[in-house]
Design a binder for this molecule. Sequence first.
Ligand SMILES: *Cc1c(COP(=O)(O)O)cnc(C)c1O
Length: 429
Amino acid sequence: MKYYSLNHNAPKVSFQEAVIQGLAPDKGLYFPERLTPIPTAFFQNIENYSNEEIAFQVIQQFVGDDIEEAALKQIITETLCFDFPTVKVEEHIYALELYHGPTMAFKDVGARFMSRCLAYFHKENIDSKNTVLVATSGDTGGAVASGFLGVTGVDVIILYPSGKVSDIQERQLTTLGQNITALEVNGVFDDCQDMVKKAFLDEELTHKNLTSANSINIARWLPQMFYFFFAYKQLKSANKPLLFSCPSGNFGNICAGILAKKLGLPIQHFVAATNVNDTVPQFLVAGNYNPKPSVATISNAMDVGNPSNFIRIQEMYDNNLVEFKKDFSSYSFTDAETYTTIKSIFDTTNYIAEPHGAVGYLGLKKEMKNHENCIGVFLETAHPIKFLDTVEPTLNIKLPIPSQIYSVLNKQKVSIKISTYEDLKLYLI
Ligand SMILES: *Cc1c(COP(=O)(O)O)cnc(C)c1O
């Protein structure tokens, strides 16, 4: 499989090269040259396959010969070391819980998959050493830190906006040590993301073999397709069309869902639910794409003003807005609505949603009105404990602390403070 740059001004590359580079030399995101639909017999029998078998079937065409079959199967097994349950919340509405992994964030899957791909490539070429540079608005950092911890041949540098991630999130990315370094940026998430993008294009840093572990990297983005297949497997017997609502920030997750649909997964419609960072909902209304500086909200992992994966979604629809709108809706919600919804879901169903899941639920409910006979699924992208500052006072309850979180709570935070791109560069050199 070859990948081309969405800026169309760089050579095509292999899976391996795309993973190692992250972003193409012309600043474009990589996109697979071909999408081969999976045979329908696979979907008809999906309940007979294990999650590992499903994942292998889904990802193999994207990896091609770059990773041997047995090694790829091993990578998948190590990636999928936890469950992805669909939990019934109310009639026809399910939460797809993606937060049962080591850092209790859905990004565990992409981070674990990508780190193991890089480790495989390093083993093939022992001289190569990579530096993963990643900007986080919340959960990416912890998942990447944990996914890459102790992986040989890879150093990880995480940039996060000072004071804008929760205490637990901060501990998850600042307490690990070894090959993981946390840089605490005096700014917002977009500043972190801009610094990372700049570093990738800086010729004086070429020797560092910088790569990204945000969802711009195909090895982070592509495995997110798995969730949608796992949900389908669990809900198929109800024999109703499926509607998915993804709480969206950089739009990597929903973009993977759309890719799954392009491979043949029967999904009727997608909703991208956002907080007040509403660049995409506005695009659907007005038809022009106007990125804006991000605004801080209680669903901070979605505080993104210029969602990096949206261009991949547009590519899948050949920039045809009419076709796109048949499959896709997008709505934005305020923090006030999010608080009210966390409370009302709990009061009526006893289900505990955190802010991102609640935004997903809101988007789902809004779109369900147009799809009467559907089953609706909203993605729960983080465990409520990671947003306990919001969830506990809103519901007036005390959440038990899961063991994954407990283990980081008493560890010492270690971070390096930076303010400008020059600070980052100095650190890198
Ligand atoms: C990253 C993240 C999101 C947004 O996912 P995208 O793929 O960037 O749209 C939503 N919720 C949580 C908890 C996250 O960590």
